[in-house]
Design a protein around this ligand. Structure first.
Ligand code: EMZ
Length: 387
């Protein structure tokens, strides 16, 4: 099997039952696997809520390591709308050409640097740096701040030995607290300042609410972007012809990004809490228990996608849910799309081949399912394209 393949671990369960089960800290989860069912449940926010106890809709649950509610991610309608309306325009800034130029300069730097090395460990030396430096553009704060964040590693709540690292989480909370205070004393043009200056539903945001938005911005777009970037490099390492295809057809890059997101599904699933006794796929779900919307499985649903396990870079019909679906669709999607678009375009321009020298897969363990989501490490030799 090629190194860059991400197998569909859910096929059998999706076809036979439509659901799967996973145990998580004595709070079991019924995973919803088919695309239609995932969409239906995502749409039904009254029965399947996000506004449960903070941390509970994340799997593994983060209830033991945080109390701050992430906003708007853990708020349901109607309150959700006020927050989303406030921050949506900010998170659409990646559509501006100046923003894209900043991303391009960050990405070109990393690629140029990689081309000068004998070997690059892509997770730590490429994807994490790219994610952190790009985040300075999203927050509109100085580039140098990314050095500190790179030091935090690829997940702000997880470390080498544990999925839920309270000490590590505390570093992020303290940092964000200090940044909010610093900005309050001296308002600048950053996302912090926007939040400090704004009202939602006629009320100033509390410090806890500002913190909730900022934690989401730091945590939600970290391992997901790192997975998407690392998987893209692994994929193009083994498919140099696709890189050439992109170099010859730069207009293809936007639909190629959608296909990569579908295939990689950088976030496997996200939970919801049932507010009443209900059913999913004729399977009873009790009130106050959890389901998860399994984007990774839905994106391989053979009833919707032709050749679901193949990367078809110019796939025409692609109703994937890689960025979620419905009210809570990914706030950072515009940023992620631009980042990946510029990344694959620049790789196609500058790189002829990438050769995988060694790798360690990152395989998630979800009870009956083991899913490769990316890499713990990936060593690659980059070679420049000659014109
Ligand atoms: C939460 C989540 C959001 C969670 C879209 O996903 O990402 C996870 O990586 C974090 O651990 O707290 O932000």
């Amino acid at each position: 099997m090629e190194n860059s393949v991400l197998p569909d671990s859910f096929k059998q369960a999706r076809e036979s039952k439509g659901i799967g089960k996973v145990e998580d800290q004595n709070d079991p989860v019924t995973m919803v696997l088919g695309l239609k069912d995932v969409r239906k449940c995502a749409h039904n926010w009254k029965t399947f809520q996000s506004g449960a106890k903070p941390g509970r809709i994340v799997i593994p649950s983060e209830v033991n390591i945080r109390e701050t509610r992430q906003i708007p991610f853990e708020v349901d309608p109607p309150a959700h709308k006020g927050f989303r309306d406030l921050i949506d325009p900010w998170f659409k800034r990646p559509l501006e050409s100046d923003y894209q130029a900043q991303l391009k300069s960050i990405i070109d730097d990393i690629i140029d640097h990689s081309l000068q090395q004998d070997s690059v460990e892509v997770v730590g030396e490429f994807a994490l740096k790219l994610q952190s430096r790009a985040l300075t553009v999203l927050l509109n704060i100085p580039y140098e701040e990314s050095e500190l964040w790179i030091g935090w590693g690829k997940h702000v709540f997880r470390s080498e030995d544990t999925d839920l690292d309270g000490d590590k989480a505390a570093i992020l909370y303290d940092y964000i607290d200090a940044q909010i205070d610093k900005t309050a004393a001296n308002l600048d043009q950053s996302l912090y300042a926007l939040l400090l200056n704004s009202e939602v539903n006629g009320k100033k945001l509390s410090k806890e609410e500002i913190k909730g938005v900022m934690i989401l911005t730091f945590a939600g777009g970290r391992d997901t972007i790192i997975n998407a970037v690392t998987n893209s490099i692994a994929y193009f390492s083994e498919h140099p012809e696709s890189l050439t295809q992109l170099a010859e057809n730069p207009d293809m890059s936007s639909i190629a990004v959608e296909e990569l997101i579908r295939y990689f599904s950088p976030l496997t699933h996200m939970g919801r809490v049932a507010t009443e006794d209900t059913q999913v796929c004729e399977h009873a779900v009790k009130a106050d228990t959890r389901i998860s919307l399994c984007w990774a499985s839905a994106n391989r649903d053979e009833r919707v996608f032709e050749n679901p396990n193949e990367v078809v870079l110019d796939r025409k019909v692609n109703p994937h849910v890689g960025f979620g679906f419905g009210t809570h669709n990914c706030l950072g999607a515009t940023h992620a799309r631009q980042l990946l678009n510029i990344l694959i375009t620049s790789l196609a321009e500058k790189v002829s081949t990438m050769e995988i020298q060694s790798q360690q897969d990152n395989v998630e363990d979800w009870g009956e399912f083991q899913r490769k989501v990316g890499y713990d490490s990936l060593n690659v030799k980059f070679t420049a394209r000659k014109y």
